[in-house]
Design a protein around this ligand. Structure first.
Ligand code: FES
Length: 168
């Protein structure tokens, strides 16, 4: 039995139960209505057709284009409080806490050869070090590191516990 015949039988059963066919058809998606009329089904019905897929919410942050909003109180970012910095690998951002209401954000792409996951931070010297080739990069957003130039900064704003990073 193909899908069209199944729908026809379903409609007949609904009629037997005194449910008006017109009501039924007005409540199904156009694809199903076309199928009942004998037109082939090309795509499935979906209630989510108008969902904005540019925004995703997971793990205490949202992403919309190049803007990342971070809930600093989410447990995913507890390292930022406990050690003062973290490599936010899923968004390729290094986060640095300078004080209770002061944060900086950087690309996690090393200016030397682009490695992203070999970072440590020395708070006494205010420098990130990439252990791939042991180059270090000041966190002042201005000074050159030991190879490849400045570690690129992103702009940030803080509102309450939400840190917004604009990657550009
Ligand atoms: S890639 Fe980071 S120091 Fe070489």
């Amino acid at each position: 039995m193909n899908f069209t015949y199944f729908l026809i039988i379903l409609v007949k059963l609904l009629e037997l139960k005194n449910i008006k066919r017109r009501e039924f058809l007005s409540n199904v998606c156009p694809t199903v209505a076309f199928a009942i009329a004998g037109i082939s089904i090309i795509e499935a019905c979906s209630k989510d057709e108008n969902v904005d897929v540019s925004e995703q919410i997971q793990g205490g942050f949202t992403v919309e284009g190049n803007i990342v909003r971070i809930d600093l109180e989410d447990s995913s970012f507890s390292l930022l409080s406990s050690q003062g910095w973290m490599n936010f690998t899923s968004q390729q951002i290094l986060l640095l806490k300078l004080g209770p209401n002061s944060y900086r954000a950087f690309t996690n792409e090393c200016p030397h050869r682009g490695n992203r996951n070999s970072w440590t931070y020395n708070s006494a010297e205010s420098k990130f070090t990439c252990s791939s080739h042991n180059n270090s990069y000041p966190s002042d957003c201005l000074s050159d590191g030991t190879a490849g130039g400045v570690l690129k900064c992103y702009s940030t704003t803080l509102e309450g516990n939400i840190l917004t990073v604009t990657k550009s």
